[in-house]
Ligand binder design. Structure first.
Ligand code: KG4
Ligand code: ZN
Length: 400
């Protein structure tokens, strides 16, 4: 079975093509995995700007599709060329599907008729959670393609996609050896969740953030420290410099930040107080030092302390949950999974405290949003006997 997956929930326009064989113990071959990032466009705004994201997805999704088909089926772009035109009745339908994306409609009607129908059996598309205007571009594009190619569309939960990102290893991989129950720590710009996985499709959220997501806290603290967006990589780069200087980190007592909810009995998180603590810390420091933000050593030390606080809480709660639910494996997913300190601490602590538990970390290339993970989730959804919604809609706040 060949799945073409589309992901446009935030600031990445992504399309992947995945071949799957083997039923419930599948083997995967990732034929194409194209991600077009909008980070540079949003960076001046310090965050993702939804209307801009929608415009960029509409502009880029047809070129991303052409690239994915070229990668996936080994045909050069010129080989797509077949001169066919859509009948008027189809143009009418496509026009109504893409009426809110006029620029995309124009490109669609110009480019898609030239493309020979590829060997795609099903289209998977992210329908939430995410930015609604951005999600709609992917959904409407999926519907339009499905009409032309006469294939079904499967809606996929973006967070379910992140659950699978730890399994993507190069071009060929399988996920059969890992045993249930599993625990997933999903940490991104919009979510911080602990998910208990009884089997694929059976998820229970056992903890989540009460306020800011972990990635959001990185982004907001970075802004306070005068560092560029996205904040995660900016902060962790500086924190790494401070971390190498053990003497300095020991002397940082005055910069010690709280570990919110670390000892609460539940598996919830809270990061907004930590952000406020950084604000107060900056105020106090500026009484003693002039131009704190210009002081590289101070900024590095705050970055280090902040990262330690976030990582301490994430690791402690994850291990507590794994113990309580006796999970056989721990998965990590979401943009913050790129964080080297989080990866190192999870690796150390799981090996020491839960030596019989498998820890699976995603490759750094699959932590951020991509469509390969959506394709895997789409595959498992295709096996499910649950009825699919007839009319797929964008659901910004969809839960897992
Ligand atoms: O999953 P993702 O690409 O998009 C969402 O669905 O939100 O996550 C993006 C988030 C941003 O908040 C970014 O600052 C954070 O992931 N991030 C990091 C790192 N790289 C990205 N946070 C901490 N350390 C990193 N190295
Ligand atoms: Zn994401």
């Amino acid at each position: 079975m060949n799945i073409l997956a589309i992901e446009t929930s935030c600031d990445e326009t992504a399309i992947a093509i995945l071949s799957v064989s083997g039923g419930k113990n599948p083997a995967f071959r990732l034929r194409a995995n194209v991600v077009h990032s909008q980070i540079a466009i949003h960076a001046p705004y310090g965050g993702v700007f939804p209307a801009l994201a929608k415009r960029e997805h509409s502009r880029n999704i047809v070129p991303v599709l052409k690239e994915a088909l070229a990668q996936g089926f080994g045909i050069s772009k010129s080989k797509f060329l077949i001169s066919k035109e859509f009948p008027t009745s189809k143009i009418k339908l496509l026009t109504s599907i893409l009426e809110r994306e006029p620029e995309l409609l124009k490109q669609f009607l110009k480019e898609i008729p030239k493309i020979k129908k590829p060997r795609v059996d099903v289209i998977a598309v992210t329908h939430g959670p995410g930015l609604e205007p951005a999600l709609w571009v992917g959904i409407n594009f999926a519907k339009a393609l499905a009409l032309v190619w006469n294939v079904p569309v499967i809606p996929v939960n973006h967070m379910e996609g992140h659950l699978f990102s730890s399994f993507i290893r190069g071009k060929e991989f399988s996920i059969s050896k890992i045993q249930f129950p599993m625990l997933a720590l999903l940490v991104s710009g919009g979510h911080t969740e602990l998910i208990l996985i009884k089997k694929w499709g059976q998820y229970k959220k056992i903890g989540e953030t009460q306020d800011d997501a972990a990635g959001e806290a990185f982004d907001k603290v970075a802004r306070m420290l005068g560092l560029p967006y996205p904040g995660g990589p900016s902060i962790s780069a500086l924190a790494e410099i401070a971390q190498k200087d053990a003497e300095r980190t020991q002397k940082n007592a005055e910069m010690r930040l709280p570990r919110p909810m670390i000892n609460s009995k539940d598996f919830n998180f809270s990061f907004s107080g930590l952000k406020t603590a950084v604000l107060y810390l900056l105020r106090n420091l500026s009484k003693k030092h002039s131009s704190v933000l210009q002081n590289t050593r101070i900024v590095q030390s705050i970055a280090y302390e902040f990262q330690e606080a976030v990582v301490d809480v994430l690791v402690k709660k994850t291990l507590d949950a794994a113990r309580k639910y006796k999970t056989r494996a721990i998965l990590l997913g979401g943009g913050v999974a790129e964080n080297e300190r989080l990866r190192a601490r999870l690796t150390e602590d799981v090996a020491r405290a839960l030596p019989n538990t498998t820890l699976l970390l995603p490759d750094k290339s699959t932590t951020t949003d991509n469509a390969a993970m959506i394709a895997i989730a789409g595959y498992f959804n295709s096996l499910s006997k649950k009825k699919r919604p007839k009319n797929i809609r964008a659901q910004g706040n969809l839960s897992l």
